[in-house]
Ligand binder design. Sequence first.
Ligand SMILES: *[C@@H]1O[C@H](CO)[C@@H](O)[C@H](O)[C@H]1NC(C)=O
Ligand SMILES: *[C@@H]1O[C@H](CO)[C@@H](O)[C@H](O)[C@H]1NC(C)=O
Ligand SMILES: *[C@@H]1O[C@H](CO)[C@@H](O)[C@H](O)[C@H]1NC(C)=O
Length: 357
Amino acid sequence: MAGRVGLLLAILAVHLAEASAADAPAASPAPAAAGKDLPPLISHRPGDVRVLLLTDCAKYQDWQTIAGAYAWRESGQPGGFTRVANCDEKDRKNYPKAMLDYVDTHMAPMAAMNKELNDWYQAYNKPKAVSDWLEHNPHPKEKWILLIDADMLLRRPFLPEEFNLTKGWAMAAHYDYMKGVHNDLAMRHVPEMIPHNDTLAGPPGRRGDVVGAPYFMSMEDIRKVAPLWYDYTVKVRNDSLAYKDSGDTASQKGGRIWIAEMYGYTFGAAKAGIWHRWSEDFMLYPGYTPPFIPRNIHNGLHYTVGDWSFDKHWYFDFDVHKCPPWDLSVPKPKEGIFPPPPHPKTLKSKCAPHLCF
Ligand SMILES: *[C@@H]1O[C@H](CO)[C@@H](O)[C@H](O)[C@H]1NC(C)=O
Ligand SMILES: *[C@@H]1O[C@H](CO)[C@@H](O)[C@H](O)[C@H]1NC(C)=O
Ligand SMILES: *[C@@H]1O[C@H](CO)[C@@H](O)[C@H](O)[C@H]1NC(C)=O
């Protein structure tokens, strides 16, 4: 309980810092900041968009889940919010009930292991999570779906009418490094796709779109994409040449690529006849100076505000369930609250270090 309050404060602090970078009004204070009355569980408000937050059930994702659910609530996003957690039997049995009470959760099987390839890859879970949720919710109330990752925080709502979202036309974020949609990688996996020559979500000649999460599309479309997303993820994981065509700078010669799942998605969507338009406000990494308030903050990279910095990877063992007293004497606490960032008023510069020349 109290851990949650601490975390909310920390999230609020992050939001404050980020709002200051945008020179915009700060986020409204967390209702929980008083420390006593937590807001009741809200996982639904009227609206036509179902948000699925894709996670597993490791400790590392518990604090991210709470942050994600909190951000969803604060963003005013219409519709429903569900966390889908891929968990094995053992983890499911021991899973803290408080989390399930706090965030609407769908438990899906752990699918990180592909036996055919003898390949343990966490991101296999993502398409499987979506398929499993759809299987158990064959008639969702909402017409649209928004898929976000565990490290994403909604800031502003995603509204289908604002984007003219239609069946067959999805929206997603722009990930520049996805050059494998127009080189040999695409030729090996989807040579039959007629190249697209517009520039709506990538360069002319591409056989899939240059996109990544969040994915925003019709429920009907995701139903078609999810199984193909998995199949192409397996194919790209099994492609020993992918390392040189994928744009993934971390990949090693002959090794399986970490972003296989992103190609799995984009090739799967193309095969399903679903193409995208970009919206540059779909996601922004903290640390970048936002030209506007992004709809979603992607907490994926190390970033710095003044003398303070944050990296989600420092908090693999952070226990969001721990009640006080907390040990906050260490630079990267494992419980309680994250070190709060400096207040916007104390910052000398309002731009990110790498953007101030
Ligand atoms: C949606 O359609 C309206 C009207 O045709 C247009 O003005 C607007 O630019 C479109 N928005 C997007 C994001 O395509
Ligand atoms: C894009 O251009 C190529 C080469 O001119 C052509 O073969 C292809 O059919 C075009 N794609 C579409 C969707 O029209
Ligand atoms: C993986 O690649 C090998 C070699 O190209 C192929 O024989 C095998 O069928 C592939 N497996 C899967 C699951 O795609």
